[in-house]
Design a protein. Structure first.
Length: 86
């Protein structure tokens, strides 16, 4: 966006592409599956794996000003770690 931050739909798309390219993973909550990219918040991908407080933190940040590229990388690394932990 105009503040050099990534909004929810762009974050969802970027995370989806990252996991497809890096691991060949279709992560539930990230793949569009016929929806628009802004239909679901990217934090839904780990909604059942973290506390509601952690999910709310990401939702608030994404919804208000978006994520910086560094924050998006942290989000991706956190999600990747949670998936590997399963």
């Amino acid at each position: 966006n105009n503040t050099a931050r990534v909004g929810p739909s762009s974050a969802r798309y970027a995370l989806h592409r990252l996991f497809i390219q890096r691991h060949g993973w279709q992560v539930k909550g990230l793949a569009a599956n016929g929806e628009t990219w802004d239909a679901v918040h990217p934090s839904m991908a780990f909604a059942d794996k973290v506390s509601s407080g952690v999910k709310a933190l990401f939702d608030d940040r994404l919804g208000s000003s978006g994520l910086s590229l560094h924050e998006l990388a942290v989000f991706a690394a956190t999600l990747e770690h949670l998936i590997h932990s399963e």
